[in-house]
Write a protein that binds this ligand. Structure first.
Ligand SMILES: C[S@@+](CC[C@H](N)C(=O)[O-])C[C@H]1O[C@@H](n2cnc3c(N)ncnc32)[C@H](O)[C@@H]1O
Length: 258
């Protein structure tokens, strides 16, 4: 598991928060949950929002990063913070709302994970999930090329990073036998980022973490990032107004049990 830094992750908080809020807004209005889990809760803002919205509910926030959970505890929200791995998640009670924002892309084997999570839902329970879609995006492709072609290639081979989400129709197929109500959609946000290297800064908080962890030599780390910066400048030039436009697609899933 990579080492997360809540401060670096928070650099683009407004942009990262938006899809989480869009997911929360799409929850069924009649949902009155008793048991709520936020898987991969990170610094805990959404679990805290859920606890405020449903004061009668028991809310759990699970994350594998002690650093993120320490930040979450600082919110002083009525949430049971749990250190754990989504891959081994096995709750004692059926769940009325299983919320997971920008986390499942770090977990393998969605073909078994997604039905397993849906099967943990109580009757009329809801799975609400958001994941980035990174297939065929230029920044991800150039990152893969730079990783594979530099002197660091050996050290980066086999390092597990963000997984590619599968096609939306696969998620529908896995959920349909369990959840008769399924809503899946994608949204592309056009982030207008500012700063010298905003895409590097953005990915330092997430995507780059396992690769930077694998490169222990600071000089090599710097050379690796410089090589990628050169590629990014071509695909994502800074505009005259100072903004770097960074389109970012995310897949949303709301699935409800009978
Ligand atoms: C991009 S952050 C999202 C955090 C939060 N959900 C949000 O929307 O701000 C991804 C989070 O997933 C957590 N994570 C990644 N893999 C995990 C796993 N296998 N089990 C539990 N948490 C995991 C990371 O520690 C990190 O806090």
């Amino acid at each position: 598991m990579p080492t997360w830094n809540p401060d670096v992750y928070a650099l683009y908080r407004a942009y990262r928060e938006r899809p989480a809020l869009d997911l929360l807004t799409a929850l069924p209005r009649d949902l009155a949950p008793d048991e709520i889990w936020d898987l991969g809760c990170g610094p805990g803002e959404q679990a805290a929002l859920l606890a405020a919205r449903h004061p009668e509910a028991t809310v759990h926030g699970l994350d594998s990063s002690p650093e993120m959970l320490e930040r979450a505890r600082g919110l002083n929200a009525k949430v049971d913070w749990v250190l754990g791995d989504i891959a081994g998640f096995a709750p004692d009670k059926l769940i009325d709302l299983l919320f997971t924002n920008a986390a499942l892309q770090w977990v393998d084997d969605h073909e078994t994970l997604i039905p397993r999570l849906a099967n943990a839902l109580a009757p009329r329970g809801v799975l609400a999930c958001q994941m980035p879609v990174i297939a065929d995006v230029a920044w991800r492709e150039t990152l893969a090329e730079v990783m594979a072609t530099g002197p660091w290639a050996d050290r980066l081979t086999g390092v597990e990073g963000v997984r590619h989400t599968r096609d939306a129709r696969d998620y529908y197929d896995w959920l349909a036998p369990i959840c008769p109500e399924i809503d899946i959609w994608t949204t592309t946000y056009l982030h207008a980022l500012h700063g010298q290297d905003p895409i590097v800064d953005w990915t330092m908080g997430t995507t780059l973490l396992p690769y930077l962890d694998a490169l222990s030599d600071p000089a090599e780390k710097a050379a690796f990032l410089n090589a990628w910066r050169g590629r990014l400048a071509k695909d994502y030039p800074r505009r005259a107004d100072g903004a770097t436009l960074f389109p970012f697609t995310r897949m949303f899933i709301i699935a409800r049990r009978d």
